[in-house]
Design a protein around this ligand. Structure first.
Ligand SMILES: Cc1cc2nc3c(=O)[nH]c(=O)nc-3n(C[C@H](O)[C@H](O)[C@H](O)COP(=O)(O)OP(=O)(O)OC[C@H]3O[C@@H](n4cnc5c(N)ncnc54)[C@H](O)[C@@H]3O)c2cc1C
Length: 468
């Protein structure tokens, strides 16, 4: 094999001897892909169609030993590294240009211990994989709303889902994480082992190493729950959102809610109300009835539904490969003028595929002590997510400008914080937004942890914490 020119950690290019690459390929169980290899383009493809990067080497890891080999190879040659879990992150951090991509998408095993109510997912598993295995036993834990999202990225950033008001964030349900560190060492982090690192993994993202498996506490869920969505014309959005706000203010933790200013299946501008009740479906039906009785809906798709189906409810509305751009903030409250503003912004939106989402938080999320995890925003009641989504590259600027403007006009209602998993690139958002995501009061502790476990900042393709 010829020598390869590969991007380094610091942004230059180094020549890696072909013999070294051959030795890596021969020593691992997974596949090593180079530009032009069959499967290379599939492996580098991620959810956000705006991202089109070409790694110099992709290692499709088959197990932890391959991850260790990849990390040691990167260290030996000082390579730029990206880690791909589910490949969903909007910033595109799962894939790098010119460097080494450690691809975990072949490591999707999930093992459930129903007696102990524990489940272990490998570092490339998706929430679809997780729910398929855990729901066999009528169990689950808080996971993402879209089934192709990675367990890894979502959990390492916090993890909001339909069960979060019942059982806390995904990271609140972690029992342990197996991690390959920047030295190529294998560690387990839990409350009793490497506990400071365990704290850092509950919201600190991919900064501290490659997580090869996650052990979760799981809870009885479903297998059928009451939930779904009801869609009204946008003209009714003011009334719908005020009533939804009132319903959620007095709702039990078992009720999850989310509203989207988007588009109905018939193409008209609409408000879409989502609710999921994690409990007796009859109780759920009674609780959400007010959402279904606000005049004539365009569509009422609420009913008794398998939890696994609920976990795919919005998959089709955010397909892989579209062009996407996110802006986000936590909101202290949802006053009437915030409601007016989001409705007005939906009217102005240049793309029918874009949405403005308001997630209702609270419940068990807010009862975890703030210091227990890196995730800091325990008292936020709402999460605002502006999703610019479109297909024509010629409209990139108009769509980004709309998302930015929507975010700007919502700032009077925003708290300081932002959900780390909804942030875009540091270049676009600015370093202060990363600080806002981690919480300024926790940043020094994170820097100390980063300096201990990754002093050369090998794992830098993330919402980066710089070591000292
Ligand atoms: C359509 C969509 C829906 C979403 N829905 C939700 C939701 O319901 N709830 C929610 O909380 N968030 C949600 N998110 C945000 C989501 O949590 C983040 O995008 C998250 O980073 C995705 O994880 P991933 O493994 O798919 O990401 P990737 O793109 O693979 O990786 C993202 C980051 O995590 C790091 N990483 C990935 N795997 C590992 C690993 N095994 N070890 C160490 N680091 C790793 C990567 O290096 C990268 O920095 C959603 C995002 C999208 C685009």
């Amino acid at each position: 094999m010829d020598n390869l020119d590969i991007a380094t950690r610091e942004g230059s290019v180094t020549t890696v001897p072909g013999a070294a690459v051959e030795a890596l390929a021969g020593g691992v169980r997974g596949e090593l892909l180079l530009p032009g290899s069959p499967g290379y383009d599939t492996a580098r493809d991620i959810w956000n169609g705006m991202i089109n990067r070409r790694p110099g080497i992709i290692l499709r890891c088959a197990g932890t030993s391959d991850v260790v080999a990849a990390v040691r190879f990167a260290r030996a040659h000082d390579l730029l590294v990206a880690v791909k879990g589910g490949g969903h992150n909007v910033a595109g951090n799962a894939v790098c240009d010119g460097g080494l991509m450690i691809d975990l998408t072949e490591m999707r095993g999930v093992h459930v211990d129903p007696m102990a109510r524990r489940a272990r997912a490998q570092g490339g598993a998706t929430w679809g994989d997780f729910d398929a295995e855990t729901q066999l036993y009528g169990l689950s834990t808080t996971g993402g709303l879209i089934s192709s999202t990675g367990v890894a990225g979502l959990t390492l950033g916090g993890g909001i889902g339909w069960l979060a008001r019942s059982h806390g964030l995904a990271c609140d349900n972690l029992i342990s994480v197996d991690l390959v560190t920047a030295d190529g060492d294998i560690l387990t982090a839990s409350e009793t082992e490497n506990s400071e690192l365990f704290w850092g993994l509950k919201g600190g993202g991919g900064n501290f190493g490659v997580a090869t498996s996650f052990e979760f506490q799981v809870h009885p869920v479903g297998p059928e729950v009451f939930g779904g969505m009801v869609i009204y014309p946008l003209e009714q959005a003011r009334d719908c959102l005020t009533r939804f706000r009132e319903l959620m203010a007095g709702a039990p933790d078992r009720l999850a809610g989310m509203a989207a200013m988007g588009t109905a299946p018939d193409g008209q501008k609409a408000v879409i109300l989502f609710a999921v009740y994690n409990g007796d479906p009859k109780e759920g039906e009674a609780l959400v009835r007010p959402l279904r009785e606000m005049g004539a809906p365009i569509l009422d798709a609420m009913g008794v539904t398998p939890y696994r189906v609920i976990q795919t409810l919005i998959d089709a509305s955010m397909p892989h490969g579209r062009r996407y751009y996110f802006k986000s903030s936590f909101l202290d409250a949802l006053p009437d003028d915030a409601i007016e503003t989001v409705i007005g912004q939906r009217v102005k939106c240049p793309s029918p595929q874009s949405k403005i989402i308001i997630e209702f938080l609270g419940g068990a999320i807010s009862r975890v002590p703030r210091e227990a995890t890196v995730f800091d925003h325990r008292q936020a009641l709402h999460n605002l997510l502006i999703i610019g989504a479109w297909e024509d590259a010629a409209t990139d600027e108009a769509n980004r400008a709309w998302a930015r403007e929507t975010w700007e006009v919502m700032q009077p209602h925003a708290s300081e914080g932002v959900y780390m998993n909804y942030l875009g690139t540091e270049a676009d958002e600015g370093a202060n937004r990363i600080l806002a995501a981690y919480g300024p009061g926790k940043y020094d502790r994170l820097v100390a942890l980063k300096t201990r476990y990754d002093p050369t900042n090998l794992f830098r393709m993330n919402q980066n914490i710089r070591p000292t």
